[in-house]
Design a binder for this molecule. Sequence first.
Ligand code: PRP
Ligand code: 7HP
Length: 178
Amino acid sequence: MHKDVGAILLNEAEIKARILEMGAEIAAEYKDKNPVMIAVLKGSFIFMADLVRAMDMPSRIEFLGVSSYGDKTTTTGAVQITRDLDCDIEGRHVIVVEDILDSGLTLSYLISYLQNRKPASVAICTLLDKPERRKVEVDARYKGFTIPDAFVVGYGLDFAEQYRNLPYIGVLKPEVYA
Ligand code: PRP
Ligand code: 7HP
């Protein structure tokens, strides 16, 4: 285990098993819809790669760059788009793929941003949900795990751009960011 991680919350096998279930569930509901899968960068890059390989169906892969945490463990509240989509989503079924739903500010901003482009539907798929931190209501259609109010890293999630490469999800020791 990395020296800055206090405890492993979800190990590789648990993450893998849950993503296989989520991929099968999405494939059952979207198999004839050729959805646009939009990964919200950077945090969701690893989840997206595993999720789409667990979905035995056609889809288009897109990336949206968004940032609001900077080098902090709480949101700045200001959501910035750092990279836009490469395609028109008008009339398309869209699935937004996130690593974590925390305050909800990022996803609530993104949903209005995407709705303005008139997609046929928009659903949220998040690997982690931290409901105790919610500031705005957001409805995620697919959720991997509900987690307690702790700052977690690994499997794409960072603190100050570090730890994204850890293969598990662990709780960052508070002394690292205090
Ligand atoms: C993280 C995460 C989500 C968002 C969730 O992104 O990837 O997009 O925060 O938090 P919220 O529900 O409180 O808005 P971050 O801004 O850290 O950028 P990153 O994905 O590049 O790490
Ligand atoms: C964003 C974020 N990034 C990493 N770890 C967490 O626990 C987080 N919550 N919101």
